[in-house]
Write a protein that binds this ligand. Sequence first.
Ligand code: PLP
Length: 389
Amino acid sequence: MEPIYVDNNATTMVAPQVVEAMTPYFTELYGNPSSMHSFGGQVGGAIEEARAKVARLINASAGEIVFTSCGTESDSTAIRAALAANPDKRHIVTSRVEHPAIKNLYEQLSTQGYRTTYVPVNSAGELDLDYLYDNLTDGTAVVSIMWANNETGVIFPVEEIAAEVRKRGIVFHSDSVQVPGKLTIDVQANPFDMLSLSGHKLHASKGVGVLYIRKGTRFSPFMVGGHQEGGRRGGTENVASIVGLGAAAELAGEHLADGSIAKMAALRDRLEKGLLESVPRSMVNGTVGSRLPNTTSISFEYIEGEAILLMMDQLGICASSGSACTSGSLEPSHVLRAMGVPFTAAHGSIRFSLSTYNTQEEIDYIIENMPPVIARLREMSPFWEKEAV
Ligand code: PLP
């Protein structure tokens, strides 16, 4: 049986059209785009075509797109560029629920003399905007707020935040890795300075990312080397992956326009409703009001997410849990902790993240097969009888 893959916020299948676009760049078109000969030159042309396609998806101009190796590199590049552009400012701001790509970078910067402010969220996962604005000062160098949370799918109002932050002359960056192909991104309508994207979250391959840098933004490269990417990111380009990302961006644009995203959201809603109705003591983490169309994080009280995942794996279902094994103990994720999700629920949280490739048959299979798994695990739980009933 093919696995039922509902872990698309971790990574996505490379779309067949993307594989097809990439293949020639592994076989006959292997030239180096920096070479003087035309054999290499034609490869450079393909990179520029891909750049134009990515730019179109977010309504940018091609010159504002820099290819990197991943979302993490884009995040680090953006924050370090903002700090280099503002050497006298030593205050940096982010949210409590960022991906480790930003969270761990900020923690490192806090050991290097930067004062960090982490903006809290409420129990619905929504950002405390007053706290954010009240903490901005003349010494704030950069604000980095993710567009959509990878665990809960909760969307932050980055358009409004960007406008407020830039009004105060502060650089605004958003880790937007979970957004392309799910929501419309329009950098002309919204004053973002920099956005990070990642190929493998939108049906392109791993090993390629994007940093959008608004024209006029003061920038210094993180990867110093050759003149690639207009001197903004040294290193020979990952040509096949870049070409694939161009194809994936085109596909993402089509999916936004042709109703595929609404269909995916309906399947997500069907899954959520089916599980909540048939499993007692289950609840959704995060607001359902403003959420990515593909994501639901559901807590099943009094059992461990890891145990659920293992049993789901035996059923051929691939998802993620909201806890991580750290030094032998299962710790709920920093996102669920920041939201104040009770431990009994946070431990048993499962993230389902769909793609446009999921079918109703797959969703119905999960709805039918998961509740007995939960019931069996609860029978084994010492807490279930004592506390839940
Ligand atoms: N930011 C968010 C919100 C993510 O979900 C991820 C990946 O899970 C990243 C950044 C890191 O992206 P990459 O795996 O391309 O480094």
